[in-house]
Design a protein around this ligand. Structure first.
Ligand SMILES: *[C@@H]1O[C@H](CO)[C@@H](O)[C@H](O)[C@H]1NC(C)=O
Ligand SMILES: *[C@@H]1O[C@H](CO)[C@@H](O)[C@H](O)[C@H]1NC(C)=O
Ligand SMILES: *[C@@H]1O[C@H](CO)[C@@H](O)[C@H](O)[C@H]1NC(C)=O
Ligand SMILES: *[C@@H]1O[C@H](CO)[C@@H](O)[C@H](O)[C@H]1NC(C)=O
Length: 395
């Protein structure tokens, strides 16, 4: 069983490498009409991007005033700063471009588009309408009003036309190839003097803003707190927490403090939906912390084995027992860090640059591959298999 899942990770990694190779050599077939959500992301290739149109600025109109969490600079500068190969795109929220139909791509932020699609009667077939979302389905309006409206999708789901992941963990050249090799490294760490627990005085921390999330993470944490200490950090002390990271100490600075003090970080998602895993996970695993995850991603596919703990594998009480055991034995804690020299964590800011670079390059492909996004409701909602308020008992 352990061997199997390791093989799958290896296969996945191979697939990732293959994808990179395909990215540079494969020219996608010119399908006339894609009748379902295509599970083949659009992969811009330099062969398809004709130099003559590189001089033409592609105007990308965004319906949402800010790219939450993404910090992608507006205008052309974002594409230049991101180091994109193709930078001749202009990202704007200036809706005066709508009036003249003077745009090449229309990026619709579906989570806030609650009134249904913008009707643009003189829309041209060459104008690419794109569903843009970093939110899981339970933070979205229904998508059936958008049937036949979009050409491409740009979401956190990996099968989107332009995937927009919250992060990624990549193997480096020395990463172990077999489970035996991996276990050897883990054992070596355990017996070594490497001690990531050194100086840490507290067990676990949860940073939260929404106390009533669909994932019912609050109940999990409350029951976990019956057996072990879990500190809660929140704005203005919401969810029974402390306001330990006021605005100016947000983000990286707050993590600097947390990783020195705490052993475990609760990377509990607000929704438990397929493949929905956010920066909570990638930011914490990239630090001197062991994330405890609660979410709908298949974490074994996206992270090295024994680099995190999955709360859904335990009841809150069982998890507490496990954490106590690790807390009492620094070498057990150290084992969770075996993978650090062999992998690289790519965070949200990097992956979103890549996604927007892909978008700009794809818009410069010619002739544009004709695509219409169909069955969005079924794909995004039913296909996400979200759990609604699962029960996490205290026994
Ligand atoms: C792009 O524009 C530049 C300057 O405007 C011009 O020198 C160049 O020939 C153009 N390239 C193509 C491929 O049209
Ligand atoms: C929006 O674009 C129009 C036309 O290009 C321009 O006149 C106007 O100043 C822009 N508005 C803002 C707020 O940038
Ligand atoms: C997660 O991925 C592993 C490895 O591919 C697989 O064995 C397992 O069935 C998957 N779990 C779920 C819940 O899909
Ligand atoms: C984009 O979608 C519209 C609406 O379905 C369609 O008419 C148009 O041909 C599509 N354009 C491309 C380039 O796929």
């Amino acid at each position: 069983m352990m061997k199997n899942s390791n093989t799958v990770i290896k296969l996945l990694l191979l697939a990732m490498i293959a994808t990179v190779i395909i990215f540079t050599t494969y020219m996608p077939p010119q399908s006339q009409y894609v009748s379902q959500i295509s599970d083949i992301p659009i992969r811009p290739t330099s062969t398809k991007i004709q130099l003559s149109i590189l001089n033409k600025t592609k105007i990308v109109l965004l319906t949402y005033p800010q790219l939450w969490g993404f910090r992608f600079t507006m205008g052309r500068l974002g594409f230049i700063n991101a180091g994109c190969e193709v930078t001749n795109c202009l990202l704007t929220t200036n809706h005066s471009y709508v009036k003249d139909y003077n745009f090449d791509a229309f990026l619709v932020h579906t989570p806030t588009q609650r009134k249904g699609p913008w009707i643009l009667p003189n829309r041209r077939p060459d104008q690419i309408f794109i569903m843009f979302s970093t939110e899981p389905p339970d933070h979205m309006p229904r998508l059936d009003p958008f049937e036949d409206y979009f050409n491409w999708t740009m979401t956190y789901l990996p099968e989107s036309d332009i995937p927009l992941p919250y992060g990624r963990i990549e193997p480096l050249s020395g990463a172990p190839n077999t489970e035996i090799e991996r276990l050897g490294i883990q054992e070596h760490i355990r017996l070594s003097s490497v001690n990531p627990a050194k100086g840490k005085t507290k067990l676990a921390i949860w940073m939260v803003s929404n106390c009533h999330a669909r994932s019912n993470r609050m109940q999990y944490v409350r029951n976990l707190q019956k057996y072990v200490d879990v500190d809660i950090i929140s704005n203005e002390g919401k969810c029974g927490g402390q306001d330990l990271c006021p605005k100016k100490r947000k983000g990286a600075t707050c993590y600097d403090i947390i990783e020195k003090t705490y052993k475990f970080y609760l990377a509990f998602e607000n929704s438990i939906c397929r493949d929905y895993v956010t920066e909570k996970f990638f930011d914490s695993i990239g630090r001197n912390l062991v994330p405890i995850v609660l979410g709908g991603a298949n974490y074994s596919m996206i992270a090295p084995k024994h680099s995190y703990i999955n709360a859904l594998d335990y009841s809150p009480r069982q998890l507490a027992e496990y954490l106590k055991e690790i807390d009492q034995d620094d070498s057990l804690y150290a084992e969770f860090f075996w993978w650090k020299p062999f992998y690289r964590v790519v965070n949200l800011h990097q992956t979103n640059k890549e996604s927007f670079c892909n978008l700009c390059a794809a818009l410069h492909e010619t002739p544009a591959e004709k695509r219409v996004a169909k069955g969005l409701q079924k794909w995004y909602f039913e296909g996400s298999h979200c759990l609604v308020k699962p029960k996490f008992d205290s026994t």
